[in-house]
Write a protein that binds this ligand. Structure first.
Ligand code: ZN
Ligand code: ZN
Length: 414
């Protein structure tokens, strides 16, 4: 490994341990990493011990093993799940451990496998993991962070036009750029960035707009915001009150739209990769919150099917604001990875809304959540609508209008 890469892993690890996880002296750490990320994992482990972590527990995974399972395991064995892992995570969570997940995935790994078996495996995993993933991660009881590492098959997909021996390095360059590691003091730069997100969301929460009005080429949309909506983003707090940043990088402030009050047309500004199909140059027309028109240059049928997954798949569950000048947007590539693609620009999502974005939402039954404007669905698919030509206005309770974004950038001081 080059000296340059070693130095950059040091900076990256420093950022993740100090800002991402904000790991405290005496706090244990669990890491899940792809085997390709062994050097980065070692750097992270050293940093964790340096801040006083008593034990770093690392689990390495190999995606190819998943593929081998699909190709060789008995067809009736796909409801098997290693429950002991969930129990182990809960045991560590009860001790106050922090959890780091390093994503580095081949977006095409399972593209030739039976979609029903793939769906079954995902369903089994998500159901079996719930006692940990919902009770500790989604509920923010523990500190956690998701980051990325460059791995060859992923790099090959993102940089398919570049020579093979350059692809992984180019993906690392992109990850470091998007994580602001080129700044003289990345940790300080991130604290500033997180503070700025915090001020933006406080401003928006204070305003309590009843709707946002979007204007851009191909977009003329009135998007209602429910009473009691909460803008989130950047930083969170675990059960002990220690702050952490769940995603690095992160650029968005987001909340839930009123799933019954979305009207007009919205056009995509980046392609959407859905289950291996690229849906490009598409637009959706909404009436009373529901999709009533689907147009797309490519992938129209898949997009239409997606909106028919269930009742809520034809309604919006997320609205997120990201300035056009954000580092991810500047890189200007499709990464086939939610961590980056979801943070690239202003976006909305079809499907499930986050209950934490509504006052009292976590305690509500799905029916009550829906009555308050929260969307319910098995799916949640983000797509990018932002550009340097997008204007957004906030509509106040009394009907008056204020600027939120102009030409894709924040238009208010916070
Ligand atoms: Zn989002
Ligand atoms: Zn989302």
């Amino acid at each position: 490994m080059s000296k340059d890469l070693t130095e950059r892993f040091e900076k990256y690890a420093d950022l993740i341990i100090k800002v991402g996880l904000n790991l405290q002296k005496g706090q244990r750490l669990m890491i899940r990493a792809p085997i390709e990320a062994v050097e980065l994992t070692r750097a992270l482990t050293a940093k964790a011990y340096d801040v006083g972590c008593p034990y770093v527990d690392v689990t390495f995974g190999d995606e190819e093993l998943e593929l081998i399972r699909f190709e060789h395991a008995p067809k009736d064995s796909f409801e098997e799940f290693p429950k002991w892992r969930v129990k182990g995570s809960i045991e560590r969570a009860e001790q106050g451990a922090a959890f780091l997940s390093i994503a580095g995935n081949n977006p095409d790994l399972l593209k030739d496998q039976d979609p029903e078996v793939v769906a079954l495996t995902r369903k089994v995993a998500s159901e079996q993991s719930k006692p940990f993933s919902r009770e500790y991660i989604s509920n923010m009881r523990v500190s956690w962070c998701v980051i990325s590492a460059a791995v060859a098959p992923w790099a090959a997909r993102v940089f398919s036009n570049e020579p093979e021996h350059r692809q992984v390095d180019l993906l690392w360059d992109a990850i470091f750029q998007m994580c602001r590691l080129g700044e003289p003091d990345p940790t300080a730069a991130w604290r500033d960035h997180i503070d700025a997100l915090e001020r933006r969301r406080a401003y928006l929460n204070d305003k309590a707009y009843t709707a946002l009005k979007y204007t851009a080429p191909g977009t003329d949309l009135m998007l209602g915001l429910p009473k009691g909506h909460i803008w989130k983003g950047g930083i969170d707090q675990n059960a002990d009150g220690t702050t952490f940043v769940p995603n690095i990088p992160t650029e968005e402030v987001f909340t839930l739209p009123d799933c019954n009050r979305v009207d007009g047309m919205v056009s995509s500004t980046k392609p959407l990769n859905y289950g291996g199909t690229l849906i490009d140059n598409f637009s959706l027309t909404f009436q009373g919150g529901k999709v009533v028109g689907v147009e797309a240059e490519t992938g129209r049928e898949v997009l239409k099917k997606l909106t028919e997954t269930d009742e809520g798949a034809a309604r919006l569950g997320e609205v997120a604001l990201v300035p056009h000048s954000s580092p991810i947007s500047t890189v200007g590539k499709l990464f086939y990875n939610t961590l980056f693609d979801e943070n690239a620009s202003n976006h909305v999502a079809l499907g499930q809304a986050y209950s934490v974005c509504l006052e009292g939402g976590e305690a509500m039954a799905p029916d009550d959540f829906a009555r308050a404007g929260g969307n319910n669905s098995v799916t949640h698919i983000d797509f990018m609508i932002g550009s340097d030509e997008m204007d957004i206005d906030g509509i106040l309770e009394d009907g008056s209008t204020e600027v939120v974004m102009r030409d894709g950038e924040w238009a208010f001081e916070a």
